[in-house]
Design a protein around this ligand. Structure first.
Ligand code: GDP
Length: 526
């Protein structure tokens, strides 16, 4: 039973630079999967740059993002789980954490813009984890870049090998459709924002005269030349190489016109990996093991002020999760039971009785969970791979209301448990420093401290360049460094020492002067 359930699951994320078409593609996949009936059901989770100080906008965004955090649907006998990632760069850390809970990704690239800044950064994370990638080149209905040039750019900039599985015929106003190299099918393009394209013509051979009739002799000749070249230039598509994250199959289409999305989904469910084994600090855990285990990759506070509980999102890694069963919270060394776990199907939440590897379970939480926590049936396990990154923006928290000190402490603790930001405490004096990767988080923090905890705090800018964790095999050298650099040292939530560098130059010179010390830019060393 477990094996069958595992084999049919596909848990993935769609990633892209903002505006490439992630939201549109997500929605179209849900349409194809029959999970929603009309376009427009999936809300963009984007925050406008101009809305930075618009708290209501942020709250709206948070509301949307919980609704669309996980979108599950059944398609062709498969259970597909799409994990949503925030588009805004200030929430990059959320995205990284979500990527730790998927087995593969679909990368959307804008055919006009090619590889962009976030495309590069997100792919770096996928490369670090060896996550298999399928690339969808979107907006072929626009006058985009030459497809050969785009493929070259993808290989060069993303450090991955590509293999087109479909090929565009013209583009922009002259876009005729795509030729599915694999299935030897011609799919003709029509502008169609609401229905699914059905104009598929199977052809035995690309030399077939039908091709000339369908797309015109000039396009037909070009297509033959292209396919000929592609078959000679690229090796045959190799499933193993894709699964090893060495090779990325590429599709062309236009998400807004429902074009190329069906093929993408059909191929995706066939080739994308089912739930894979995961590394815990103690050992590798296989999905088909009998006992349940999972980890928390995202925590979302409730927007309703009358219900202060939070939802912790747990990715099931092995065994079967069951409602009302006691599970072991390994960090707290405590048993917990969940009476109303939630599943997410399309944009509906419902009570869940059981879940299998690859599924995401929403657990109501009153403060027991931190990002990265592990649940098991009793075994002492700690899943790896949810690092914090060295923050780049720092502010000191200054309490404005001495009567609300407790609320402020609690608020800061819970927000940092959720992973909104990182907290560092400096001794003596318990000076609190919050570090993030983006400005937007500070707006969220201030707003939520007031709204949810009734605490007001000033956040004073600190001009540090970076904070990095420090370790050393030579305990004395570490202690000497800490006492010498006193005012530039603080401790993270787990009491690990962190060095705050004022400038890149300071960091470099300290690294050179203290060879016995290691400076870490992610918390992975733990
Ligand atoms: P996201 O930021 O990556 O989620 O991008 P969206 O899905 O919100 O799309 C950004 C913009 O591109 C929107 O205005 C979409 O309507 C538009 N868009 C999406 N897909 C296509 C496409 O295939 N062709 C064209 N011309 N525009 C598209």
């Amino acid at each position: 039973m477990t094996t069958e359930e595992i084999l049919k699951r596909r848990t993935f994320a769609i990633i892209s630079h903002p505006d490439a078409g992630k939201t549109t593609l997500t929605e179209k996949l849900l349409l194809f999967g029959g999970a929603i009936n009309t376009a427009g059901a999936v809300k963009s989770n984007k925050i406008n740059k101009t809305a930075t100080s618009d708290f209501l906008e942020i709250e709206k965004q948070r509301g949307i993002s919980v609704a669309t955090s996980v979108m599950g649907f059944e398609y062709a006998g498969y259970k597909v789980n799409i994990l949503d990632t925030p588009g805004h760069r200030d929430f990059a850390e959320d995205t990284y954490r979500t990527l730790s809970a998927v087995d593969s990704v679909i990368l959307v690239v804008d055919s006009v813009k090619g590889v962009e800044e976030q495309t590069r950064k997100l792919m770096q994370v996928c490369r670090m984890r060896n996550t298999p990638v399928i690339i969808f080149i979107n907006k072929m209905d626009r006058e985009g870049r030459d497809p050969y040039e785009l493929l070259d750019e993808l290989e060069r900039e993303l450090n991955i090998h590509v293999r087109p599985l479909s090929w565009p015929i013209g583009m922009g106003a002259r876009f005729k459709g795509v030729y599915n190299i694999y299935e030897k099918e011609l799919r003709l393009f029509s502008v169609n924002k609401t229905k699914m394209a059905k104009d598929v013509v199977e052809i035995e051979d690309i030399t077939d005269a039908q091709v000339d009739q369908l797309i015109g002799p000039a396009f037909a000749a070009q297509l033959r030349e292209d396919v000929d070249f592609l078959e000679g230039y690229y090796e045959d598509f190799d499933l193993g190489l894709y699964r090893e994250a060495y090779l990325a199959p590429v599709f062309f289409g236009s998400a807004i016109n429902n074009f190329g999305v069906g093929e993408l989904l059909d191929t995706f469910v066939k080739i994308a990996p089912f739930p894979q084994p995961r590394e815990a600090s103690q050992r590798e855990v296989r999905p088909e093991e009998d006992t349940f285990s999972g980890f928390i990759f995202k925590i979302h506070a409730n927007l309703d002020p009358n219900h202060r509980d939070r939802i912790a999102f747990c990715r099931v890694c092995s065994g079967k999760f069951e409602r009302n069963k006691f599970y072991y919270h390994t960090r707290l060394d405590k048993k917990l039971r969940f009476s109303s776990p939630t599943s997410f199907m399309a944009n509906e939440k419902s009570l869940l009785e059981e879940a299998w590897p690859g599924d995401v379970v929403g657990l109501y939480d009153t403060g027991s969970f931190k990002i990265g926590d592990t649940l098991t049936e009793g075994e002492m396990l700690q899943y790896k791979g949810l690092p914090s990154f060295s923050p780049e923006i720092f502010k000191e928290v200054v309490n404005r209301d001495p009567f609300k000190t407790k609320q402020l402490e609690k608020g800061i603790r819970q927000l940092t448990d959720e992973g909104v930001a990182q907290l560092f405490v400096q001794q003596p004096g318990s000076r609190k420093i919050i570090g993030t990767v983006g400005e937007l988080q500070f707006d969220v923090i201030k707003f939520r401290l007031l709204q949810e905890y009734g605490a007001t705090a000033d956040l004073h800018n600190l001009n540090y360049y970076k904070a990095c964790w420090i370790t050393s095999d030579d305990k004395e050298a570490l202690a000497r460094f800490i006492s010498f650099k006193g005012s530039s040292i603080a401790y993270d939530k787990d009491e690990n020492p962190v060095f705050f560098a004022d400038t890149a130059w300071v960091l470099r010179s300290v690294q050179e002067s203290y060879p016995a010390l290691k400076f870490h830019f992610t918390s992975d060393f733990k």
